[in-house]
Design a protein around this ligand. Structure first.
Ligand SMILES: Nc1nc2c(ncn2[C@@H]2O[C@H](COP(=O)(O)OP(=O)(O)OP(=O)(O)O)[C@@H](O)[C@H]2O)c(=O)[nH]1
Ligand SMILES: [Mg+2]
Length: 297
């Protein structure tokens, strides 16, 4: 069987340039984290095209029974194993292990175009955001509109996004996308707990409720290149609802890390207290303030 290449693979090349310097002249390192399980037919183009942006390429494998790990190692990625609990577990393993200042998460199934990585990381490098989410609502999706299963996913995800917006005073359009960038210190300070793909909404809600700055860029979601989706709404809807309500209404924000990627290492302060004015930090006017939307297209 011939494997299908992702749609983005045959599109004209886009710039691989990322200005890795912060406004105050510090070099920023980027770790690209790729969760995967049995993606041997899909992962090669993703890693090939993500590699130019990555100072560190971490593949977190969910004990694949195919050749996923061998391909990742052949392409120079550092291959880690998750604890066999799901995609959320895999991202947490990646976060714990990564050495970069900015972490980029990208799926291995070909759904995301690695050439959107510069647009995702730039607002963080520029000191304008702590967390940048790719938005399928701004960039379009080939996977969310065709079947009842997809409609239920889209509807549920939009209800969650709206509830975040109206309770936290932000204007997000997508709270579930797997394609995002976040400051490493911020990701660690969120003490993520999800074992499954609820990790995306957990990361978004905790970011907003902790007072970190989140913004979105338009990223397109492509159909997975080969194979079947692992995601079954019927299996996970209860965990999504529970995680949504818990993190939005009952969870209390932990201590917050001050500063941007150009700050001198982590500083902790109370999330409910006033913001730090440390050199390189970016003053926030209130929890969950959303800075300008940035569009990659
Ligand atoms: N390490 C690891 N990766 C996983 C696991 N489950 C899914 N993934 C990867 O996470 C990414 C997204 O997978 P899912 O969220 O399950 O979704 P999907 O199968 O792509 O289905 P769609 O969301 O419909 O595209 C893919 O790269 C998967 O290979 C897991 O248990 N462990
Ligand atoms: Mg996918």
């Amino acid at each position: 069987m011939t494997d299908i290449l992702p749609n983005w693979y045959t599109q004209p090349a886009r710039s691989t340039a990322i200005t890795r310097q912060t406004p105050d002249g510090r070099e920023v390192r980027i770790s690209v984290i790729v969760p995967c399980r049995n993606e041997g037919r899909n992962i090669r183009p993703v890693l090939e095209w993500a590699a130019p942006y990555a100072d560190e390429l971490l593949v977190v494998d969910g004990h694949s029974s195919d050749d996923t790990r061998a391909i990742a190692a052949e392409l120079g990625a550092t291959v880690l194993l998750d604890n066999g609990k799901g995609k959320g577990d895999a991202l947490r393993v990646g976060i714990a292990r990564a050495s970069g200042d900015i972490l980029v998460f990208i799926d291995a199934d070909g759904s995301h175009d690695p050439r959107d990585i510069p647009a995702l990381v730039q607002p963080i490098i520029d000191g304008d955001a702590d967390h940048v989410s790719g938005s399928r609502m701004l960039g379009g999706s080939d996977e969310l509109h065709a079947t009842i299963n997809q409609f239920v996913r889209l509807f549920g995800s939009q209800v969650i996004t709206l509830s975040i917006n109206y309770t936290q005073g932000v204007r997000l359009t997508d709270s579930q996308n797997g394609f995002r960038a976040i400051r490493a210190e911020v990701a660690r300070s969120l003490a993520l707990e999800s074992e499954i793909p609820t990790i995306e909404q957990e990361m978004v809600i905790k970011t907003v409720r902790s007072g970190y700055r989140i913004c979105e860029v338009a990223t397109h979601e492509y159909v997975r290149s080969n194979g079947e989706s692992n995601f079954r709404v019927l299996d996970v809807w209860f965990q999504f609802v529970r995680s949504w309500l818990y993190y939005l209404f009952f969870w209390r924000p932990p201590l917050r890390v001050a500063g941007g990627v150009n700050a001198e290492g982590p500083e902790q302060n109370d999330s409910t207290a006033e913001e730090t004015d440390a050199p390189g930090s970016h003053k926030l006017s209130g929890p969950g303030e959303q800075i300008s939307k940035v569009s990659s297209r």
